[in-house]
Design a binder for this molecule. Structure first.
Ligand SMILES: [Zn+2]
Length: 111
């Protein structure tokens, strides 16, 4: 008898939490998780070696991918298209390679 009453009380407590609260909870933690992943990705990019360091570290004359040897590199801004901190990655194996500092050309901004 005592046990049944307690079980019912717990069940009532669970259903009395309104649905919008659950939704808000998941939105909050989902958002926090996505922000955290984004931050980690950006920190990884900021930690990339500069172009000169990259070339000397891998004994390269030309900027090519040190993982697969491809010369097809993608360049984009760190935070936005016109960001002068440029991140270079390999188009073939998707490895992030190095960073460079220069103003983006109009072509890169529109890309
Ligand atoms: Zn590659």
């Amino acid at each position: 008898m005592q046990h049944q009453i307690r079980a019912r009380t717990i069940k009532n407590a669970m259903t009395s939490i309104p649905l919008p609260l659950y939704v808000a909870f998941f939105f909050f933690f989902g958002g926090a998780l996505i922000l955290n992943l984004f931050h980690r990705y950006q920190n990884k990019q900021r930690a990339l070696p500069a172009r000169d360091l990259y070339l000397s570290a891998h004994q390269l004359a030309e900027p090519v991918c040190h993982v697969c040897g491809s010369a097809r590199l993608a360049e984009r801004g760190l935070t936005h298209g016109a960001d002068e901190r440029r991140i270079f990655s390999c188009l073939d194996c998707k490895s992030m390679l190095f960073q460079d500092h220069h103003a983006a050309t109009a072509e890169e901004v529109s890309a």
